[in-house]
Design a protein around this ligand. Sequence first.
Ligand SMILES: Cc1cc2nc3c(=O)[nH]c(=O)nc-3n(C[C@H](O)[C@H](O)[C@H](O)COP(=O)(O)OP(=O)(O)OC[C@H]3O[C@@H](n4cnc5c(N)ncnc54)[C@H](O)[C@@H]3O)c2cc1C
Length: 382
Amino acid sequence: MSPAQDPHPDVIVVGAGAAGAAVAAMLGHRGVPTVLVDPRAAAPPDFRCEKLEGHQVTLADQAGLGPALRRVSTPAGALWIVRYGRVVERRAVPQLDFRYPDLVDAFRGEVGGSARLEVGKVVDLRTGPDRQEVELEDGRTLRSRLVVLATGLSRALPDHLGLRREVCSPGHSLCVGFDLESELPSGFPVPALTWYPDRPDARIAYLTLFPIAGRMRANLFLYRALQDPWLDALRADPLAALRPAMPDLERMLGPSRRVGAVRVRQSDLFDLVDLDRSGLVVVGDAAGTSCPAAGTGLDNVLTDAVRLCQEHLPRWLSTPGMGSEKIASFYADPVRRQCRERCRTLAFAVRRRALDQDLRARARRRLVFAGQLLRGGLRRGA
Ligand SMILES: Cc1cc2nc3c(=O)[nH]c(=O)nc-3n(C[C@H](O)[C@H](O)[C@H](O)COP(=O)(O)OP(=O)(O)OC[C@H]3O[C@@H](n4cnc5c(N)ncnc54)[C@H](O)[C@@H]3O)c2cc1C
């Protein structure tokens, strides 16, 4: 029997989103018998992360997932930055743009070697210091030495296991996504664009536009209640609703039309707490969220995968047992901790920068504007 058919693998990964698929792909390449379980064979449509910046692409490379990521991505190439209505910088960026399901399926496509994907929904988990049992909805039971919980925002299994969710900022931010198509034969005159309104009354952190497969994708990050009537206007005609905060945007983009739905997602910031349990490790969004406006969810996802698979798991599997002291060493990992802390700090900093009205905040915005203007001028002069 090949390790990939082993009914009792070393590791069962529950949830094949970006985090679970990355972990299973890495373990499969390393020869660790692994089963990845998800209710769907292919990732469903979902509005989540749609771009990775340079340092995140480096993390994907460290995980061995860079080539798969590049195959489904459109490179942004260059990025224009707008502040106070002016283009202050135009610079080359190593940013990659994609639809989230394509990224997940690309990572799943890398699951091979000693790992395989099993389609099924996990309904129960029994964990302990030696053997773990995972029960699927169809009645099958899988056993392993370790379970990796990567079920994202779903509350069902963490609640079932009695894992407590500590929400540190409910309804922290909104993210809005929509597509634009250019009506110009030559396409959009801007490559990719990030617009900071620098007006706290707009309650907008920034709008970022980036190319995906011939269209311009828009991600707008803002701070409003989900019931705010302004969101109805935004859903009906996003560019018109943005006109007061970004008066020159339509001129800059040239004639364009919106295609498809306008999606709005609200994000809470939370952490699962008291995680040091025998036999179970939690990764990605399931362990705690970062704010989409900070653009750091994949920092957490990929850092978790890289640290778990390259640093901790090989050591854990080399000795008997899977006691809570092994699991605790993952959560105490300094690289992982620093990453999580940096993402959380950034989530609040981005919000503060967008909303603060005091003198200091205004001076800071002006300073950033001047710095970018100068850098942009120097680059043009070089
Ligand atoms: C609107 C939005 C924009 C974002 N933008 C960015 C960005 O620009 N940059 C960035 O870095 N991050 C961004 N993020 C964050 C990023 O998308 C997340 O951090 C990342 O997708 C989390 O991946 P995950 O694998 O942990 O969870 P998920 O992708 O949600 O995967 C969870 C998986 O678990 C499976 N599952 C659930 N329950 C079960 C069960 N009982 N049995 C088996 N399987 C189960 C699900 O089917 C799913 O496949 C954004 C998030 C949002 C919402």
